[in-house]
Design a protein around this ligand. Structure first.
Ligand code: SF4
Length: 557
């Protein structure tokens, strides 16, 4: 950046209406003042923030106080050109999932908590929603075009192609084409596609019907210049003539976008927030909990009544409890699908934990068993709940089950915990990612653990700062975690990792509720920023490609 450009940016920063606060005694303690400022265009964010902090620290060591404004100016003056910055994320800038962090959070509960078949929201729920969406579009074509149609074809690219076989992506994509939706599909239908892969199904297109089968789902290029690592195309063909083609992206957590996507118009939130510190300020200034702020926004953005919001949350809670119960009921001789030949172990861990002579050991093992139970259900391709994804589908249900069924915590408190967890998940989606193909496992289990920590703290009536601290701590201690599923199956390390995510959530709550909250040194927004930056820097081999880590070192016999 030239000196002149620096001056321009300095002027812009200097003209803010509200003077910036003086950096606290330790300039590394709170960088939220920097986060809330727009990082100047053309500047590498991480480098910029590091330089700001280092500059401030040097000033303090020399006994000088330094304003945030001065720290920013100093950081800009010493920035290397953008070209020297770290690797770019493999995402197109026009994707909504990339642009989204600029305005207030507008995600709603029904977009976030989705019921659908495992094992991976981005590789099963997303593709099923995509082909279902395409089918709806195709049926709207003029009758004369539809009369010519002979074939439907799905092409999978990038991570969908690299690990799709292990995730059953082709089965999910075919199910969507034949009109199945994630929330209502019978997992037995998907199992039957696995057991009898040659089945064909008639799909009604206009007046005629086209036969489709798994052969119509093609595992295409794993590497290329894709807008998103989870890219797929769907086509309606008349011989070699393309009647309709759409490029789609499964952007994580079951969310989908397509080429030319514009997000649906929504009502403004009652309490707009872009950062945790803003969310918490709404709560504190209005004498509300974080959960009630999320509830009010849910009602205003989606135009729903309080009863409707809670009815939906109840549906998700019930589904979470059901998935744990179902997982615990499976015999220890059950073997999960796929080449790993992994035995189910939730029931064994739970049964043996109950005989443990120490209550604390019993508690940790039981929480782990609940997480393993739900995660094994995911591995079986049964219905799970994205919170935020399929791979992490054991974490939140473990805490929900433990709080409701074991601790007998009042249901309303668990409902509120689910809302507070949404606030955490929304912010991670807004500024970072929920997709392992973009950010590794920190984006899945890390976010799930953070949400579960907020759920637990809220269920135990913690004040908003403790909720934030618990969520921060759980996320912080997953930073850098890679995604390397063995043989491309969401089983190893995923199933046990859900147990660790659940236990870490409990640990985060235990620390946050017992420490002096105001002395917690890392704020949630800074950790989400670290999540986003770590995601960008992570080698693509560790982003759900099964090209490195355990996927390489574990040998299957
Ligand atoms: S390693 Fe983590 S991110 Fe990767 S598939 Fe497993 S649970 Fe998902």
């Amino acid at each position: 950046m030239s000196k002149k450009e620096n001056e321009k940016v300095n002027d812009k920063l200097g003209s803010t209406e509200k003077p910036l606060d003086v950096v606290r005694e330790d300039p590394l303690a709170d960088i939220s003042g920097l986060i809330s400022k727009e990082i100047p265009p053309g500047v590498d964010r991480r480098n910029f923030l590091m330089r700001s902090a280092v500059g401030g620290a040097a000033a303090v060591m020399m006994g000088r106080s330094v304003s945030t404004q001065q720290a920013i100016a100093k950081a800009l003056a010493t920035m290397p050109p953008q070209a020297a910055a770290g690797p770019k994320p493999p995402l197109a800038a026009d994707l909504n999932v990339v642009k989204k962090g600029q305005g207030p959070v507008l995600t709603t509960a029904d977009e976030f908590y989705k019921v659908g078949p495992g094992p991976s929201s981005s590789h099963t729920i997303g593709p099923m929603r995509i082909t279902y969406d395409f089918y709806q579009r195709a049926t709207k074509l003029p009758a004369d075009k539809l009369a010519k149609a002979t074939k439907l074809q799905v092409n999978l690219f990038g991570s969908l192609s690299a690990t799709g076989k292990g995730h059953g992506t082709e089965r999910a994509a075919l199910a969507g084409l034949v009109g199945k939706e994630p929330a209502t599909v019978d997992p037995l239908f998907l199992d039957s596609l696995r057991d009898k892969p040659d089945q064909t199904f008639p799909v009604k297109i206009g007046a005629k019907s086209i036969d489709v089968s798994l052969k119509d789902v093609i595992y295409d290029a794993t590497k290329g210049d894709f807008k998103h690592p989870n890219t797929m195309t769907v086509k309606l063909l008349a011989g070699s003539e393309v009647l309709l083609e759409q490029e789609y992206y499964s952007v994580g957590g079951g969310f989908i976008e397509w080429k030319g996507y514009t997000p649906p118009k929504k009502n403004p939130p009652k309490y707009p927030f872009r950062l945790m510190k803003e969310l918490r300020a709404h709560a504190d200034n209005n004498k509300l909990s974080i959960a009630k702020v999320i509830l009010a926004n849910e009602m205003s953005i989606a135009g729903r009544s309080e009863e409707e919001v809670y009815a939906f949350i109840d549906k998700i809670i019930n589904a979470m409890v059901a998935t744990v119960k179902s997982g615990l009921s499976m015999s220890e001789d059950d073997v999960l699908p796929g080449p790993i030949k992994l035995h189910s172990k939730a029931a064994t861990v739970y049964k043996r934990a109950m005989d443990d002579k120490y209550a604390a050991d019993k508690g940790i093992a039981a929480l782990s068993a609940f997480a393993i139970a739900a995660s094994e259900e995911n591995g079986r391709g049964h219905l799970v709940i994205t919170a935020p994804t399929g791979g992490s589908a054991g974490v939140m249900p473990s805490l929900v089950y433990g709080l409701l069924e074991v601790r007998k915590v009042d249901r309303q408190k668990v409902r509120d915990g689910m809302l507070a967890a949404l606030g955490v998940g929304y912010l991670c989606k807004h500024h970072a990612t929920l997709s392992a193909a973009e950010g590794g496992c920190q984006a899945e289990i890390g976010v799930a653990s953070s949400m579960a920590a907020a759920l637990t703290a809220t269920a135990y009536d913690a004040e908003s700062l403790v909720v934030e601290n618990a969520a921060e701590s759980a996320l912080e201690h997953h930073l850098g975690m890679t995604c390397d599923p063995v043989a491309g199956y969401v089983q190893v390390p995923c199933i046990e990792r859900c147990a660790f995510g659940a236990v870490k959530a409990w640990t985060a709550y235990a620390i946050a509720s017992n420490e002096i909250a105001s002395r917690h040194r890392v704020d949630f927004d800074a950790t989400v920023m670290a999540l986003a930056e770590t995601a960008k820097d992570m080698n693509s081999k560790y982003k759900e490609t099964s090209e490195a880590g355990l996927a390489l070192s574990v040998t299957l016999c």
